[in-house]
Design a protein. Sequence first.
Length: 202
Amino acid sequence: MKYVLEHLFFVICEFIITPILMSVYCFMFNLYVKMLHSLFCFAIIIHMTKDDEIVEEILVSQLKTYPASSVTILGEGDYEHLIPRDKYRNVQAVDITKKSIIIPNLVPSDLLITNLLLEKMGYAFFVNVLGRVKPQFVSCSFHLSNDRGINEEDLTSRLLEHSYELFSRSEVSLSNGKTLIQLDFTVSSLAVSDEPVKSSYK
């Protein structure tokens, strides 16, 4: 009788209790993994939202700072609501997409702005647009460390070759640990090849 009870207990443990416990364990483990994943995604969304807000704040500051009534923005996404229409009579945008870079017919602007896209477009494209727009002011931001090799020294040197001199520099720390650097240029007072573009702002 004792042997029968022990065998029955063994059978119950092996074929009933153990599978139930394993199912509960798997369920709890999967639930734990899903919770961690959700928390991780939530943290990423918070960080991305915060970083997006920082970039928007930079753009708003750029648009408000300079005595300009026309602006060209190299960007992607929706930023129309950030542009003060009572100040800017002419706004033109170059859409930087994932698949291609579209250059429309551009007219001169007082101000040229780009944020976090120099790494994607590269120096040649940026200088191309600069030559078409001929702005009085240039304001741009990019990651201090990036895969495209965009850096402060090279950018400053290339713009100086086109008669633009650096007059302002600032840094902002992002939530992902990266540093955003903003450089602002104006037409050099030593430019002799062309007359500086006069601002149309009144």
